[in-house]
Design a protein around this ligand. Structure first.
Ligand code: PLP
Length: 454
């Protein structure tokens, strides 16, 4: 986003293969290179300051430069910089962290399993689901249902669960026994005039029909984010989980709640499942658990699954799964510091206040704009979908890359957002104030008008 590339940008451009980046854009424009962060702000190597409206990648929930976390990391690095958890080994800080995490579960959970990323955690969940059904004598019950527009990670299995064709084509995915049902995308997919509740019923019927077609005895689990994130910022329509969950229960299908983004307060409750009132059998979390200060993921395992694993353990022998960095002691120290701050700063209450305030402020500022089709979200997960025509919902021409243009205009005004096609999204640090939300909305409103006047 700078005409003259800095040394750091040149170095990066010549040497780094970037994830989720269009190589042609990177070669033409160079990367934006950050050097420091404080609170909700980051600063690039050219000295420009931005409000980070995305908390990094929906993860720096407590903001940058939190001494309590950086000092906990430094202390633990000196005390015990690494130890593993294979073969029954552990470390004191990991034991404390596991207990603290269980205490914060939305429903009683039996164990936590650690990893280093949301992708590896969903990979663990997938394997656990298969392991569980093998152990309880249901080896045919293996298919997994996920949804179009879902994002569950970037590995072979998790990108297969992900319902984004751009992550499938050219990678020969999806692979494995994975089925997709429609996204609960009310704005785009509900028939004209249908209520949210009726749309939820329609989606539930589609799920039930699929289960009956495939045979419930072949279906093991349903993966779902509370609010879809990377697939377009899609909150569920009213009554969605209420309609889906009894079907899963009836057919003995596990519900895996992917709370990688929604966990630890982002929706204004500690967990996304609490916002929408459902009870997961397995929960995947990452990101906010350390506020992005250390790579860590956490799989929660309910008594229903754990009891089978424990009771069949003699038969199964060694549990043959895990990562070198499962339960890293430095990550555990970072998580303990972050969990304490979430409580002390009353972060969840703050989201419950500032989230709806920011949604309303976006609607007040842009709700009547000719090219703003939908402004939606929950807590501090907010999206603005740009369209060519508000009335017909006709999309903007893809070739214009309008979302990307607005993202750049916002950056020029000192604001980081993210463009998911022509839906611009915000997931700022959960510690933002109402005044910060106003600043984001002001800068964003101006950026939209820079690109799409009137
Ligand atoms: C809902 C969800 N699940 C899983 C992942 C994968 O996490 P990671 O990028 O840490 O592998 C993400 C990442 O954004 C996510 O949003």
């Amino acid at each position: 986003m700078v005409s003259q590339l800095s040394q750091a940008a040149l170095r990066d451009q010549r040497s780094q293969f970037h994830p989720f980046t269009a190589i042609t854009d990177l070669m033409a424009e160079g990367p934006t290179v950050m050097e420091s962060g404080s609170g909700i702000h980051v600063r690039d190597v050219d000295g420009r300051e931005y409000i980070d409206g995305m908390a990094g990648l929906w993860c720096v929930n407590l903001g940058y430069g939190r001494r309590e976390i950086t000092e906990a990391i430094a202390r633990q690095s000196e005390r015990l910089s690494f130890f593993h958890t294979f073969n029954g080994m552990s470390s004191d800080v990991v034991a404390e962290c596991a207990e603290a995490l269980l205490q914060r579960a939305p429903v009683p959970m039996s164990r936590v399993f650690f990893g280093a990323s949301g992708s590896d955690a969903n990979e663990t969940q997938l394997k656990l689901v298969w392991y569980y059904n093998n152990l309880r004598g249901k080896p045919e019950k293996k298919k997994i249902i996920a949804r179009w527009n879902a994002y569950h990670g970037s590995g072979v299995a998790t990108a297969s669960l992900t319902g984004l064709p751009g992550m499938h084509t050219l990678f020969d995915l999806p692979k494995g026994p994975i089925l997709h049902v429609s996204a609960p995308y009310y704005y785009r997919k509900a028939p004209e005039g249908m209520t949210e509740r009726a749309f939820s019923q329609q989606l539930a019927q589609e799920l039930e029909d699929l289960i009956e077609r495939e045979g419930a005895d072949t279906i093991a689990a349903f993966f779902a984010e509370a609010v879809m994130g990377a697939g377009g910022l899609i909150p569920p329509p009213e009554g969605y989980f209420e309609a889906i969950c009894p079907i899963l229960k009836k057919h003995d299908i596990l519900l895996v709640a992917d709370e990688v983004v929604s966990g630890f307060g982002r929706l204004g409750t500690y967990w996304g499942s609490q916002t929408y009132g459902y009870e997961p059998d397995l929960i995947t979390s990452a990101k906010g658990v350390t506020s992005g200060y250390f790579p860590m993921s956490v799989c929660y395992i309910s008594p229903k699954v754990w009891d089978v694993i424990e009771s069949e353990a003699g038969k199964a022998g060694l549990f043959g799964h895990g990562y070198t960095y499962s339960a890293h002691p430095v990550g555990a120290a970072a998580a303990l510091a972050a969990l304490k701050l979430i409580d002390e700063l009353k972060v969840v209450d703050n989201v419950a206040d500032v989230g709806p305030y920011m949604l309303q402020a976006l609607r007040d500022r842009l709700g009547q704009h000719a090219h703003v089709g939908d402004i939606r979200g929950k807590g501090l997960m907010l999206g603005i979908e740009l369209v060519h025509d508000r009335g017909t919902k006709e999309a903007l021409p893809m070739a214009n890359r309008t979302g990307r243009q607005v993202l750049k205009a916002a950056a020029n005004r000192g604001l980081i957002t993210r463009a998911l096609g022509d839906t611009l999204v915000f997931a700022p640090p959960l510690v933002i104030t109402r005044a910060d939300a106003d600043a984001i909305v002001d800068r964003f409103g101006a950026a939209v008008e820079d690109v799409l006047p009137g």
